[in-house]
Design a protein around this ligand. Sequence first.
Ligand SMILES: Nc1ncnc2c1ncn2[C@@H]1O[C@H](COP(=O)(O)OP(=O)(O)OP(=O)(O)O)[C@@H](O)[C@H]1O
Length: 539
Amino acid sequence: MRLGVVVWAEGVTVKFRIAEDSVVERGMLVKVVDRGRRYVLKVVDFKPESLLTPAEVAIISSKADRGEKPQLRDRDLRLYDTAIATIVAQIDEDGEVHGPSSVPALFSPVEELGEEDLKMLRLHTGDIPIGRVRFGHSAVDVEVALDGAKTIPHHILVVGGTGAGKSNFGRVLAASILHLRGRYSLVVFDCESEYLLGSKPGEMGLAHLPFSEEYLFLVSARVPRPGRLRVELPELGEERSIPAYPLKMDVSRLKPGDFALTGEFSSPQEELLWLAYKQFGEGWVEALLSGDARTVYSRLGRMAGVNTISVTKRKIRYLTGDGSVFCRDCGYDLAAAVLSMVLKGRVVLIETPFATEGEEKLLATVVAERVFRAYERMRKELPEKWSQLPPVLIMVEEAHRYLGSQALGGKGEVRENVFSIIAKRGRKYKVGGLYITQMPSELMDAVVRQALTKVILSLPTRPDYLAVMNHSPYLDEAEAEIKTLDRGEAIVVSPPSGFRLAVSAKIYQYEEYALRLIQEEKRLLATREVSRTPEYADA
Ligand SMILES: Nc1ncnc2c1ncn2[C@@H]1O[C@H](COP(=O)(O)OP(=O)(O)OP(=O)(O)O)[C@@H](O)[C@H]1O
């Protein structure tokens, strides 16, 4: 369908006159065919063109204000709407897609982009579906899918204000990864307990997906010992049995590095941790916590200051909490259990609804550290084996708490933590971060830059979306669109997935997506059953 005609083209910007009765929306992709080339344009803004005099505007608007129908001679010559669009791709006659190297001629017709044209942009060819292409506020029937192998090591940043759809996105991504049955691993820290079964009755979670019995691994206080958790799913009239491990980690399994990589400790405090470890061995945390600072001071042979000891004790107590997660003599090591599952390509869900902020921080650090170190060591020592490992994505919610300049030591000494290390070096080892935040302006610039895939959900605050726009390709003209995003709508930038434009997407609504996957899996199982019946098996 014809939408208009090009009236100006300069650089990568094209202005076109919108045809009478056509509906053109911001974010919409359109095409211009000229001399055998197809130009794909993304509409970024609108501008009325008017040759009316100020006096005419005053007279006509006054009449319109009184409810009279304005009469305007030669209207279509003197007043019309134009759309401003950016050329996002050029498709040559042989079907090759590349960045624009020319502009369409003036007065070329602008047309709707068909599904076939849209497919040539290869937004659907990745293996991790997240939603559909969106024109304005309506989704079209072309999927947006990330390329996991290339995207995961280059980190993913998800930004959005309250209620924009961050958790929904997280669940959709987790479901897509689960559905790939072992191709990638994902570690999710779920402090709201909303991933397993949804956050309220009627919602769905990862447990609803049939493959969860094999590919999901739950770490939760819901189970007292390693085994399986039976969950009832009234929405489906089914039940599942999910592999599970208790939310428990024996403090004797913790090393000084686990604490140091929380970024909470100064250099003298970190030295004290190592000193205590050397002196007391496995019981070092206990030894530091029990007894007052003066007693520890003499037990350590006066090798650390009393003040340093008291502050360090306070920080360790804050991180280890009351013992319900970091227990004494319980023998559990959830970090080792998580690592063994990550190496097998599982989605690991760690539920921490009752953990304190300190416990959450230490837990996330210990798990991320074990995974990162294992991948790093394997690449250095057993590169063959490393190349077989699934790329792993570690989700960090409230990422500004770990990767904000404040968290990393403010303006003074930069105190690295495990997540800043993964942000800088994870790519080499196939360890990526999935950073989710409402406040990207608080993140270190390097983190925003290094996350090559960005999912921008509705984000009302200007400093926040400018922080993302300033460090991403294809977003120069996106401000107007970001301001109009509704819940669940996103702009996706992912050069590792081969996207050459900022893609306007509607993220799948989790329950709808889960039902689709459940149906697909049922069909798959049915086909397998059929092929197992004797007459087919013999064939
Ligand atoms: N893609 C989507 N399609 C339809 N509805 C959605 C979509 N994403 C989110 N929603 C709905 O919007 C509401 C808020 O979503 P969600 O909890 O994911 O937002 P959030 O950004 O994580 O919020 P908060 O910042 O409060 O944690 C939910 O009711 C959810 O069902």
